[in-house]
Design a protein around this ligand. Structure first.
Ligand code: KE4
Length: 430
């Protein structure tokens, strides 16, 4: 691969942007080398600024479930853009997307649009605090809910990738109100609740963790959180920024049959445009300004162009529910082939998968929490990443991320991916 132009652009970018990127995980710091700069994409094929093509398993970190430049999404978004990109005033489009989310998402009677998953999650915990009158929030080591101060405690995703799970700049005053438990360990949650009697406003969890790699909940974990929240008057927030409209139309709530009190969304509901959202029962959501005292606002919230892209994407998913069956089948096919490859070359690997989320860990132990993920062989992942990149397969540039399949990845493209993985595994085993 000739990546000369990407390297030149990266040097230029570093002069005017911190680390040459607008989001750390893109920097390749987690895997070494220079990030690839892309020019365009169609379906599951990315084209970089040097003209190299790659099969995309990142999908913009989840939004591109229909593949890049989906004809219908582009057409709907272009048509809306031509009528002005923003009014800062109500439009029909935001009602239509809100109605569609309310129709589809379990336990969501009202929803507020924002501009990112971070905004959705920070607003949800503020609302939970306002609604309960309590201060503390429990999150989980390795889960990532965006870069709001309250969440940069043992955070996953890019924070884990860079070895910065706790960030400077987060005051002790803020940090003291965030407690972090161990994912898939109900006892760690019970002890935090016991240590902070009647002061826990919310538990926020990725129902299927995607920011330490893909880590599904063990049987009973989410049900146990639901029971603890019922018993202790705690708001259960499912952060479905990643899993929402991905694991199934109704997300993790529907797939795993566990009810949340508040749900946050992002990624897919914007169809690649900047959109986040949080929603829940009327009695809670009516606490949000201007109907209630919990303040939250945004100049571009409900932006018509972003609403058009999201409405088009979600409408396609709602009108073609077999998409999820097909995505799950393709992902299972990929999982089985990859396991075969690593077995052939005697690599200890764990491939976690749920729905169209999958991640590869070079380890012999099950990955059920952040410590397990951190103790896998990160160097081997780095070498595997570059081996695949050199063969035109674009995986997440971090061992602490999930891969994301799109509807445009066919069995033939999976076969190409597996063939490349077999070559890389052979090379790494020599
Ligand atoms: P954004 O603010 O990045 O839109 O969403 C934050 C967020 C919240 N909750 C979950 C479960 C998330 O996965 C995310 C963001 N995901 C990462 C990738 N795992 C975004 C990639 C990046 O930071 O560049």
């Amino acid at each position: 691969m000739n990546i000369e132009t990407s390297q030149k652009l990266f040097n230029r970018a570093k002069e005017v942007m911190p680390g040459g990127v607008n989001s750390p995980v893109r920097s390749f710091n987690g895997v070494g080398g220079s990030p690839i700069f892309f020019r365009e994409a169609k379906g599951s094929i990315l084209t970089d600024v040097d003209g190299n093509q790659y099969l995309d398993f990142v999908g913009s970190w989840g939004p591109m479930i229909l593949g890049h430049a989906n004809e219908q999404v582009i057409e709907d978004t272009k048509r809306t853009l031509a009528k002005s990109s923003s009014f800062g005033a109500p439009t029909l489009l935001e009602i239509e997307l809100a109605e569609l989310i309310v129709e589809i998402a379990p336990n969501v009677e009202k929803v507020r649009m924002v501009n990112s998953g971070t905004e959705a999650c920070m607003s949800a915990i503020r609302l939970a605090r306002g609604y309960t009158g309590k201060s503390k929030v429990i999150k989980f080591d390795g889960c990532y809910h965006g870069h709001a101060d309250s969440f940069l405690i043992q955070a996953g995703s890019g924070a884990a990738t860079l070895g910065l799970p706790n960030s400077p700049g987060v005051t002790s005053g803020t940090a003291q109100d965030t407690l972090s438990a161990t994912f898939n360990d109900l006892h760690s949650v019970e002890s935090l609740i016991a240590q902070n009697p009647n002061d826990i406003a919310a538990i926020i969890v990725e129902p299927v963790a995607g920011n330490m790699g893909c880590v599904p909940p063990i049987a009973g974990f989410l049900e146990g959180l639901r029971a603890l929240c019922n018993k202790n008057n705690i708001i259960l927030i499912f952060d479905e920024v990643m899993t929402g409209f991905r694991l199934s139309l109704g997300g993790a709530q529907e797939l795993l049959s566990v009810d949340a009190d508040l749900v946050t969304y992002g990624k897919i509901i914007g169809g690649g445009m900047p959109v986040g959202a949080y929603g829940g029962r009327r009695e809670i959501m009516n606490m949000v300004a201007p109907s209630g005292p919990v303040y939250q606002a945004g100049t571009l919230s409900g932006n018509p162009v972003a609403m058009a892209a999201g409405l088009s994407t979600i409408s396609i998913l709602r009108n073609n529910p077999d998409i999820y069956t097909r995505l799950n089948r393709t992902n299972t096919y990929l999982l089985e082939q990859l396991k075969e490859v690593f077995k052939e070359h005697n690599f200890d690997t764990v491939v976690n998968q749920l729905g169209s989320m999958i991640s590869l860990h070079f380890t012999g132990i099950n990955i059920q929490n952040f410590d397990n993920a951190k103790n896998a062989n990160i160097d081997l992942y780095r070498n595997f990443f570059h081996g695949m990149l050199n063969r035109g397969i674009y995986l997440p540039p971090s061992a602490f991320e999930s891969w994301f399949l799109s509807t445009t990845i066919s069995d033939q493209l999976v076969d190409q991916t597996v063939a490349a993985a077999r070559e890389v595994a052979k090379q790494l085993s020599e």
